[in-house]
Write a protein that binds this ligand. Sequence first.
Ligand code: ZN
Length: 232
Amino acid sequence: MADLVWPRQCGGCESTRSRWCARCAAIVRDALVAGPQRVQPDPCPPGFPPTWSSVSYDGPIAHALKAYKDGGRADLLGPLSQLLRTALAGALDAPPLRGHLVRGGAVLIVPAPSRPAAYRKRGRHPLLDLARAAAPELPIVDALRFGRGVRDQAGLDAWSRATNLRDAVGLRRSVAGAWVLLVDDVVTTGATLVESRRALLAGGAVGVSAATVAVTRRRASSEPFTPRATLA
Ligand SMILES: [Zn+2]
């Protein structure tokens, strides 16, 4: 992690000119101009909610998200929350959520669940902070939690992710009567969003949409699957 907390490194590309360089800022600016995209994993799991995202999960964006969440780079909140805000706008402006809002319905922003061990290790709640910065005008409830025994999803394939999470997401706050707009940093196989949606609907949410900063683009199928390092 030492390389991620080096004070003068760019959080996206590790150049030493600044903590967020002009080249990485341009990637964010281009994504904001392009606007939100409706995204879904391939294959798309049953129960995957309508989801919007801002940018591909690779290069400087992937590096910045890891550095923000696990490398102590809270200063990257600004550009990352701008990307999330764009994805949230996509979800809010399109059916089915827009119809719900037009009818006067309530919406709640809910961060995807984190593992309890991850909270303790980090001493902060990066996803909740990101959601607050992205949508300060909307109510945010940290309503979801992982049960015990859930492993880190990093490095697991689609089947293992789905099995790892099955019935593992629970509610700790009421969401009854509201449309929940789920927030996560990245959508990969969709397992976390599917299980979160299941728990939210079981808890009385009238609908679930989702917004993520980034979306994993599938590489060509001839390329071997390379798991990312599992976080301690
Ligand atoms: Zn950079």
